[in-house]
Structures are given as structure tokens and as C-alpha cells.
Write a protein that binds this ligand. Structure first.
Ligand code: PLP
Length: 385
């Protein structure tokens, strides 16, 4: 069997060599980072080096980085009703975009009746007029808008959203999990008051992430209490090896930008030019700015579930745009929010690339698709005849 090809980088990435080395070395540290002896201080040094690397990557201060168990926990921590800046009022309601990750849709610590949803346009970007409408003349809100969508790759107008939110006295949380390491940005540019990151989407280990606060924000009440770690904002002995791996991956990812962004754009063009040879193909959000590594596509009548299996048998790992963490395929809430019929939404296949993807991998993926499309779409046409 020829080598397998991985086209599911938005689900998770392979570990970067730099991260692996940092993790292996940090695993041998005997000390607890809270201990005052030399062993403890050595562990602390590794954590603080990683904190500095993550802070630098997004233009924040190291003390404003709170390490968590991943993006999900960072989102859950961020969405808290007691947040405020300076002497400003606390944001007592939550407004989220309709295309957020499930960990934001869950609403954190806001009760259901305090959560409202902003629409997205058919192209898959947050409808800023609707956001204005939801905020105008109402008590300040915490608003959560992702920087890039994990299914379509659509880049969201977070800086414009920030202006609207701040003008009404509210705060903006940005889930930057998918944008991190793929496009250049910093917290100031985004206007984010809080920013979520995850290590395993940038070549770091799974199970580590961070919530980054902007300067002067009175942070969220901790989710985990009972220890002074992370300046009492997240109790529990630190995952030193995971955090060290995160820091190393962040530094490596930043060193590769922006050359990697433009290289991925080239691969994306090659991939989508090839896909467009199929009559009727839809590439979602293709009229707007997208992540350079993400292509979500379908052809009317395609079953994503069958296509994913077909690709897998051909040695290529892809995902269905609508896959959820339970493994069951459900219509994508993102495509539904964009106004697509459930039949189209259930046919979306996501191809996502990363730093080891080469032209030859794209060509092999297209070759596999050529063989599959004939079979899958013929079966479908026969069934509907
Ligand atoms: N936010 C977005 C946009 C994501 O794509 C993901 C993971 O798929 C998460 C949050 C959750 O991150 P983690 O897997 O680190 O919990």
C-alpha cells in the first residue's frame, strides 16, 4: 500500500519535531513548578518560556496568558458573566455567531435565556448589521466571534465586530484556534479582549491550550479552584511537558509565517482548480477570504459519509464538514446557518492541509477524487433515476 496522505489538519495536526523535543525533555523534569527548590524553579522556567512564546505569537503580555487543557476549556473559561474592563459594567449577556465551535455554542457560564445568536451571510461571514441590531440600546454584552471557521475556513471580520462591540460598552472574545499558525494576526489588530488558542492545531500536543486576556481586563472567575497556579485563574499542577510543547510549536509556527500562508494558498488553488473540473461542484465560502489550508466542497447528491470512506480506502484521510465529535454525521450547523439545504450540508467534504502537504499530495487527492466521483455520483444518479 502506498503511503497514506493526511488531509485533516483542521481536526488535528501531527506533532512538530520542535514540540516533540521540548515535550520529551520536559517529561524528565522532576520538579513541581510551584516548588521553591531548584527542581521546581527549573520546571517553572520551562512554563514561563512557553508562556512568553505564546504571548509573543499573538502580541500579548506573558502574564495575560492562562494555560488550559485546550481550546474547549479556554472557551468555557472565557464565556463568563462577570467580565469587565476597568470600572466598566459587567457584560451580563452573551451574543455568539451562529457558526461558532460547539464549545462556544454551549454558552459557557451564561444561562440559555441570556444568549443570543448573530446570523451569518450566505457566504459564511458574520452579519455585522445584525450584530449592531442585537447590541443597539441594550445592556453591554460579551460577544464571541471566531477568527476563522473550522469547516469553511471563512475569515471573520473580527476587527469590525470589535468596533461595534466596544462602541456599545461590550467585550469581544475571539476563538482563534483555527486561524493560529495559518494566517498572521495579533490581539490588538483583532480588537479581542479575550482570545482562545489550542496547541494541537499548530503542531503541539493535544490537551493543551490557552486563554489570552488583553491588558487591563478583569479576567473571568476560574473554572477550577483550589490552587494558586496561573495566578489563581486555573488551579491544578501545570502540564509542564504539554505547555513546553505548546510553546515550541508556537515559536516554530510563527517562524514559518508568512511564507507558509502563501505556500498553502498555492496548494489550495491547485486543489480547487482540480475539484472544479467536476460539473456542479460547490466550494463553500469561495467568494470571501478564507484560510489558505481549508477547502470545504460538495457536489449535489454526494454523501459525505460515503466519500470520506472512499477517500480513506484510497489512503487519504479527509473529514466530512458535518462530522461531530460523537462520530455521528449530522448536517453541519455552519452550512445550515449559511442557508444551505440539509441535503447539501450533509454532502460537504473538508480537505485541510498543513506544513508537510506537497503538490504531489494534492495531485494524489485529486486522482482519488476523479475515481470516486465517477462511482459515487453515478450511484447517486442511478438511485434518483
Ligand atoms: N474552537 C475551534 C474553532 C476548533 O476548531 C476547536 C477544535 O476543533 C476548538 C475550539 C476546541 O479545541 P480543543 O480541541 O483544543 O479543545
Amino acid at each position: 500500500m502506498s503511503e497514506r496522505i493526511y488531509f485533516d489538519w483542521n481536526a488535528t495536526t501531527p506533532l512538530r519535531e520542535e514540540a516533540r523535543r521540548a515535550i520529551v525533555n520536559a517529561l524528565d523534569l522532576p520538579g513541581n513548578a510551584s516548588s521553591v527548590h531548584a527542581e521546581g524553579r527549573e520546571a517553572r522556567k520551562w512554563i514561563e518560556a512557553a508562556r512568553a512564546a505564546v504571548a509573543k505569537a499573538v502580541g500579548a503580555l506573558p502574564r495575560d496568558v492562562i494555560f488550559t487543557s485546550g481550546g474547549t476549556e479556554a472557551n468555557a473559561l472565557a464565556l463568563a458573566p462577570n467580565l469587565r474592563r476597568g470600572a466598566g459594567p459587567a457584560a451580563e449577556r452573551l451574543v455568539i455567531s451562529a457558526i461558532e465551535h460547539a464549545s462556544v455554542l454551549a454558552g459557557g457560564r451564561f444561562s440559555r435565556e441570556r444568549i443570543e445568536t448573530v446570523r451569518v451571510t450566505p457566504a459564511g461571514v458574520v452579519d455585522l448589521d445584525h450584530l449592531r441590531e442585537l447590541l443597539r440600546g441594550r445592556p453591554p454584552a460579551l460577544v464571541s466571534v471566531m477568527l476563522a471557521n473550522n469547516e469553511t475556513g471563512a475569515i471573520q471580520p473580527v476587527a469590525e465586530a470589535a468596533e461595534i462591540v466596544h462602541a456599545t460598552g461590550g467585550l469581544l472574545h475571539v476563538d482563534a484556534v483555527q486561524a493560529f499558525g495559518k494566517i498572521s494576526f495579533d490581539m490588538g489588530e483583532c480588537g479581542a479582549d479575550l482570545l482562545t488558542l489550542s496547541a494541537h492545531k499548530i503542531g503541539g500536543p493535544k490537551g493543551v491550550g490557552a486563554l489570552v486576556l488583553s491588558e487591563g481586563l478583569t479576567g473571568p472567575e476560574p473554572l477550577l479552584r483550589g490552587g494558586g497556579q496561573e495566578l489563581s485563574r486555573r488551579a491544578g499542577t501545570e502540564n509542564v511537558a504539554g505547555i513546553a510543547g505548546f510553546g515550541a510549536a508556537a515559536a516554530a509556527a510563527m517562524a514559518a509565517l508568512p511564507a507558509e500562508t502563501s505556500r498553502l494558498h498555492g496548494l489550495q488553488r491547485r486543489l480547487e482548480d482540480g475539484l472544479r473540473l467536476t460539473p456542479g461542484v460547490i466550494v463553500f465560502s469561495d467568494a470571501i477570504r478564507r484560510l489558505p489550508n481549508t477547502t470545504l466542497f460538495t457536489v449535489p447528491g454526494l454523501s459525505a459519509e460515503t466519500a470520506v470512506i472512499g477517500f480513506d480506502l484510497a489512503g487519504i484521510a479527509v473529514s466530512s464538514g458535518s462530522a461531530c465529535s460523537s462520530g455521528k454525521v449530522q448536517p453541519s450547523h455552519v452550512l445550515e446557518a449559511m442557508g444551505f439545504d440539509p441535503e447539501i450540508a450533509q454532502g460537504a467534504v473538508r480537505l485541510s492541509m498543513g506544513w508537510s502537504t506537497q503538490d504531489a499530495d494534492v495531485d494524489r487527492c485529486l486522482e482519488a477524487w476523479r475515481k470516486l466521483e465517477g462511482r459515487l455520483l453515478k450511484d447517486q444518479r442511478r438511485n434518483t433515476a
